[in-house]
Design a protein around this ligand. Structure first.
Ligand SMILES: [Zn+2]
Length: 243
């Protein structure tokens, strides 16, 4: 067994036995893993209060299949300002649960690691903005290889230029232009170029959403995310209440 240094975001914490903690981590170097921190609830010496939800840490880990051993942890950032607003806690919790569900164990993904860190940094430094969730989701789908068609109609190949009326088809999980549609839900024509912009800028807060765009992006992205998670996320109810 070897010890390695990693940087990681804390996705989930579980008290275990009398004094241990089991942490689910998304590491930059090894992808997602679970590690046990012996005595973390009793002794602050080795872990120094670093094992906190949403924290970004450097860790020394003894890598094992299944459950690794956390030997040391030091804080990069605790992101504790997130807790100043319940809506931000809800979004951070949702992002961590999505990461836990959608990312496979032991598969590093540097682009995704950066996206998750950028979201937590944004939530730590700015008041709640509903657009942050949608910006995160479309980038997540793109990075994980689930990017929806946002360039042109899947039926007639006409480009989504922001003026063409669009229809969203929940059962097929896609957008078409309105003329090509059977049944479906009309959505604002600008939704496709808006989501394309979210992918090309890569910076939280750079893209503004109108109320209509937020509602339609929500309809579209909720459908796509649910298709890939395949189950109701625990954090989603809390997030809806906060929204
Ligand atoms: Zn069409």
């Amino acid at each position: 067994m070897r010890s390695i240094q990693v940087e990681a975001v804390v996705l989930k914490l579980l008290d275990y036995r009398e004094a241990d903690v089991i942490a689910t981590l998304f590491t930059r170097e090894q992808g997602k893993l679970r590690g046990i921190a012996p005595g973390a609830r009793k002794s602050r010496k080795r872990f120094g209060g670093s094992l906190d939800l949403f924290a970004r840490l450097t860790l020394t880990i003894r890598l094992r299949d299944g459950l690794s051993g956390i030997q040391e942890a030091a804080i990069v950032t605790l992101s504790h300002h997130i807790r100043e607003e319940l809506a931000r806690v809800a979004l951070a919790g949702y992002a961590c649960e999505l990461t836990d569900i959608l990312l496979p164990d032991g598969m590093p993904n540097l682009r995704y690691y950066r996206l998750l860190c950028a979201l937590l940094e944004r939530l730590d430094g700015a008041p709640h903005s509903p657009a942050d969730r949608r910006f995160f989701e479309i980038n997540l789908l793109n990075i994980l290889g689930y990017r929806p068609e946002l360039e042109r109609c899947s039926v007639c190949a006409a480009p989504f230029d922001g003026t063409r009326p669009l229809t969203f088809h929940p059962s097929a999980h896609l957008l078409t232009c309105r003329g090509c549609a059977g049944s479906g839900r009309p959505v604002t024509p600008t939704i496709a170029p808006l989501l394309r912009s979210c992918l090309s800028t890569g910076r939280f807060g750079a893209i503004g959403f109108t109320d209509d765009q937020l509602a339609d992006a929500g309809l579209f992205l909720d459908n796509l995310i649910a298709r890939h998670t395949g189950k109701e996320l625990k954090s989603l109810r809390f997030l809806r209440e906060m929204g």
